[in-house]
Write a protein that binds this ligand. Structure first.
Ligand code: HEC
Length: 307
């Protein structure tokens, strides 16, 4: 190793044209012919731009109301590990929480009843869930819209016909669609859990408008959604004790699934990928060693011809 480095570094020193190369390179430099004035001008321009950037960054940081916002603590979700799947019993319970509590205000537009099949429900159960809901369809022969029981292919119905109606019913605040909410908020499912369980009295001096509630995890602290989950707010069909934190944990897991339905497949692919690539890399390493062995150990001799 050392011998190789020495050979590479040393070789340049003995070359007669090494200085010429340096000169050649420096004659390509664009700054060489600049006057001192121009250099000073451009230098100060650079300093000014850097200073302005730093100032903008500090000003931006200083107006952020970080003292009124808490970062959600990281929870030990059972799906946290690199190879861990979602807890599907929890996804099923979370669906019950969404259906009985959140669905009164929040839509879940991008999830269809058929998506539940094989994830949290059997096909029959998912069909029954769909038939429980009345879906608007139409127009019929007379040109009227009508309601019919849901089918597997239907998407979850929204509680309000449009955003304006949703705002009118919620003091002007819009309850966002929850399909992708864990991907759309910093902290993901940790944030949802902290938000749902984090309601408390506002600190002294903070005035809330009518219809606002204090939640330290919501940016700014004043949220227009009232606390939705309480102990025993509903019953689970599997008999799990419905404490507020259990409800929040299950609905967060469910919303993690709605945002990343491919979650389990992705992790399964990772296991397959690691297995396949370990084999491929090991084989190519072996083949490379094998093919290069004769090249690396050969000796080249120069024999001048004596004639
Ligand atoms: C009574 C209606 C109502 C119910 C029930 C309700 N929400 Fe909300 N939710 C709202 C409104 C209104 C907002 C908008 C709040 C705002 O922007 O200040 C909101 C906002 C949210 C947000 C977004 C917060 C953010 O960072 O922007 C999440 C997440 C959320 N709700 C989750 C839930 C979950 C989960 C449930 C069920 C356990 C639920 N909500 C039940 C009305 C409701």
């Amino acid at each position: 190793m050392a011998a190789t480095v020495g050979r590479i570094c040393g070789a340049g020193l003995f070359k007669s044209n090494s200085l010429a190369t340096v000169n050649q390179i420096s004659s390509y430099s664009t700054t060489r012919e600049w006057t001192r004035g121009r250099k000073a001008f451009l230098g100060s321009l650079g300093l000014l731009a850097g200073g302005a950037g730093a100032l903008m960054y500090t000003l931006d940081q200083s107006v952020k109301a970080t003292d009124l916002e808490l970062h959600p603590p990281k929870n030990m979700w059972s799906h946290n590990g690199l190879f861990s799947s979602l807890d599907h019993a929890s996804v099923r319970r979370g669906y019950e929480v969404y259906k009985q509590v959140c669905a009164a205000c929040h839509s879940l537009r991008f999830i269809a009843f058929r998506n539940l099949v094989g994830v949290s429900h059997t096909e029959e159960e998912a069909k029954a869930e769909a038939e429980d809901q009345m879906i608007e369809d139409g127009p019929d022969d007379q040109g009227n819209m009508f309601k019919r029981p849901g089918k597997l292919s239907d998407y979850f119905p929204s509680p309000y016909p449009n955003e304006e109606a949703a705002r009118a019913a919620n003091n002007g605040a819009y309850p966002p669609d929850l399909s992708y909410i864990t991907s759309a908020r910093h902290g993901g499912e940790d944030y949802i859990f902290a938000l749902l369980t984090g309601y408390c009295d506002p600190p002294a001096g903070l005035v809330l408008r009518e219809g606002q509630y204090f939640n330290p995890y919501f940016p700014g602290g004043a949220i227009s959604m009232a606390q939705a989950l309480y102990n025993e707010a509903m019953e689970y069909t599997d008999g799990t004790p419905p404490t507020a934190s259990q409800l929040a944990k299950d609905v967060s897991t469910f919303l993690k699934w709605t945002a990343e339905p491919e979650h389990d497949d992705r992790k399964r692919m990772l296991i397959k990928g690691i297995a396949i690539f370990t084999f491929l890399i090991a084989t190519s390493y072996y083949v490379k060693k094998l093919k290069f062995a004769s090249l690396k150990t050969r000796k080249i001799e120069f024999r001048p011809k004596n004639n």
